[in-house]
Ligand binder design. Structure first.
Ligand code: HEC
Ligand code: HEC
Length: 296
């Protein structure tokens, strides 16, 4: 630049001030305006602040490092949505401080775990994941049921986060174990939007007659699948546990398409549906296995 250049670039102080003001305007527009604009912080309609017990469970989730093996966000990818249900929306996480989205899926995503299983399933699964899936590398957490939650610490957190709570909740908290809290937290995850089954099968679309009827191979294949996926809830010999006895069920001689329908779709809050996980043939094989139980 020549000596008699009169432009702003030759005036160091003025340039610094103008640059600082410009950056400041940019910062206000992109950081502070969104921070204080309500519409930039969407909440899904069904979203509620965590209850005291749920928040205590959330603290345990963080303390136990569950985030190292589990994510809490369903990506908008077809494979994710088929497996876990509706993809995660920004408005679901308004009360998550900090976010527990995670980045490692050694175990499945938990964003839609609420309502997928009954409480009793979680209680037994935390006691021993291997009782359900022998090859699971999730550690057992049997001590959780023996340790009370730290009620004072949770109430302090509730106050700090400005979450509302009642005296009854405080009382419940004082009488709860860490296991109660963690199960309550599992059951609320992802429930602020209506839960859609990953895949649902129409009754009318299921053939009335099993295409594998009478096949011994199908019974053997069905038994293997049953032992891997269903035995945790219905008992190793289908004698019943969290779910009904399927030996008793088989006595009713239910039509195959009824049984197929139950396995494919499950029951809300009690039993997951298997339509996304198993092929048509595999579901019929399990139906054949269940039918074979009445002869035993
Ligand atoms: C070492 C990795 C690991 C850790 C740590 C771990 N998990 Fe898991 N988790 C898994 C795996 C693998 C599975 C799938 C097999 C099974 O269900 O046991 C699983 C399954 C689950 C499921 C069932 C998911 C479904 O849709 O069926 C829940 C719920 C769960 N874990 C919660 C937790 C919580 C809560 C913690 C912390 C207290 C935790 N996990 C810690 C690996 C882990
Ligand atoms: C998370 C636990 C759980 C798992 C896993 C599970 N079920 Fe169930 N199942 C239940 C519960 C609970 C019921 C009872 C639901 C009800 O009647 O309200 C049930 C009901 C049933 C019924 C109807 C029984 C009746 O008497 O009406 C059948 C058939 C069945 N399950 C088959 C299966 C098969 C096959 C699998 C594996 C592919 C399976 N279930 C996996 C919990 C489970």
């Amino acid at each position: 630049m020549s000596k008699n250049d009169n432009s702003i670039y030759s005036k160091a102080l003025l340039l610094s001030i103008v640059a600082a003001v410009t950056v400041l305007i940019g910062t206000i527009a992109t950081v502070f305006v969104p921070m204080f604009t309500e519409g930039m912080h969407p909440k899904t309609d069904g979203l509620k602040p965590f209850t005291a017990l749920e928040l205590a469970g959330r603290d345990i989730y963080q303390a136990e490092g569950c985030i190292n093996c589990h994510t809490q966000t369903v990506r908008p990818l077809k494979a994710d949505v088929m497996r876990y249900g509706a993809y995660s929306k920004a408005g679901e996480f308004a009360y998550d401080r900090p976010f527990l989205w995670g980045s490692k899926r050694t175990g499945p995503d938990l964003a839609r775990i609420g309502g997928k299983y009954p409480d009793e399933w979680h209680i037994q699964h935390f006691e021993s994941p291997q009782a359900f899936y022998p090859k699971s590398n999730m550690p057992p957490y049997p001590w959780l049921k023996n340790q009370p939650v730290n009620a004072d610490s949770t109430i302090a957190s509730m106050n700090a986060l400005s979450f509302p709570y009642t005296e009854a909740e405080v009382q419940e908290l004082k009488e709860s174990t860490k296991l109660d809290a963690l199960v309550a937290y599992m059951q609320v995850l992802g429930t602020s939007i209506a839960r859609e089954a990953a895949v649902t099968v129409d009754y009318a679309a299921i053939p009335a007659e099993s295409p594998l009827k009478g096949s011994a191979d199908a019974v053997a294949m069905g038994e293997k699948l049953y032992k891997a996926e269903c035995a945790g809830c219905h008992g190793v010999n289908a004698e019943g546990n969290i779910g009904a006895s399927l030996v008793d069920y088989s006595m009713n001689d239910m039509p195959g398409n009824d049984t197929y329908y139950i396995i494919a779709n499950g029951f809300e809050g009690a039993m997951p549906g298997y339509a996304a996980k198993f092929s048509n043939e595999k579901i019929w094989a399990i139906v054949e296995y269940i039918n074979s139980l009445k002869d035993k």
